[in-house]
Ligand binder design. Structure first.
Ligand code: UP6
Length: 260
């Protein structure tokens, strides 16, 4: 076979959150993560309840919401249990270790209390991973490193991208994978077969958004080595978000099966 299955990858995983993610993907036959980037908290919960059955992972941007409190956090966690998905807060941490400790655990959002996965840029160096790990490891959380970005002119490329592999492999207990666009072009150096590649900039109709976003379709993203497709506007701006989620789930899963 060309690629290891999600089951096999899950068996190799050294992190609880990553094991749970693969298990969810297999159980639901879904490699779809919906980015529910609406700014109304009420609307967020409504959309999540609709698309929940079709996703393995919900990606949030908690800092775009019009309101936030413990009740909304609890509702998200309830929906995650009801529909069986993991929660990924796309916080893109980028500060020194000591500061990200507070940003991850404190403030208005207390991200470490309700999200299973967060992500970080490696601009500051490996200390950012040490800081986030201090908060997240005991709570069985996982961290994704931004290896590449989907936006035009991204500076996350070449040796910067390759450096993320090194930092990931130095932290196998906590780093669960990467945000990546074309992992087949650089991730072969990665010896840990469990690490997951999550890819934003996915839409059935390719193109862009006028603000730098560049879209790939599900099939080509998976063939470039992606494991999980992150879809935002393709789902939540669709006339029927549930139907759209179903379509992306099917496209992503068929693309995955064709790689085995
Ligand atoms: N995202 C990207 N590109 C990256 C990293 N993250 O688009 O390199 C995030 C965005 C948004 C989602 O912050 O939440 O993925 C993409 O949304 P879209 O499908 O509506 O473009």
């Amino acid at each position: 076979p060309k690629r290891l299955s999600y089951e096999e990858r899950g068996a190799l995983a050294k992190n609880e959150a990553l094991k749970r993610l693969y298990q969810t993907m297999v159980e639901k036959k879904s490699n779809l993560s919906v980015a529910a980037d609406v700014t109304s908290a009420t609307e967020l919960l409504q959309i999540v309840d609709k698309v929940g059955p079709h996703i393995c992972c919900l990606k949030t941007h908690v800092d775009i919401l019009d309101t936030w409190n413990d009740e909304i956090a609890a509702s998200l966690v309830d929906l995650a249990q009801k529909h069986n998905f993991v929660i990924f807060e796309d916080r893109k941490f980028a500060d020194i270790g000591n500061t990200v400790v507070s940003q991850y655990s404190s403030g208005v959002y207390k991200i470490s209390e309700w999200s299973d996965i967060v992500n970080a840029h490696i601009v500051p160096g490996p200390g950012i991973v040490d800081g986030l790990k201090q908060v997240g490891l005991g709570k069985k959380k996982g961290l994704l490193l931004l290896a590449e970005m989907s936006s035009a002119g991204t500076m996350a490329k070449g040796s910067y991208t390759e450096e993320t592999v090194k930092i990931a492999e130095e932290n196998p207990d906590f780093v669960i994978g990467f945000i990546s666009v074309n992992p087949n072009s650089w991730a072969k150096k990665c010896k840990d077969g469990s690490l997951v590649h999550m890819t934003p900039g996915i839409k059935l109709q390719r193109g862009g958004d006028g603000l730098g976003q560049q879209y790939n379709d599900p099939k080509s993203a998976i063939s470039r080595g992606s494991d999980i497709l992150i879809v935002g506007r393709g789902v939540y701006r669709a006339e029927d978000p549930k139907l759209a989620a179903q379509e992306y789930q099917k496209a992503g899963w068929e693309a995955y099966l064709s790689e085995l």
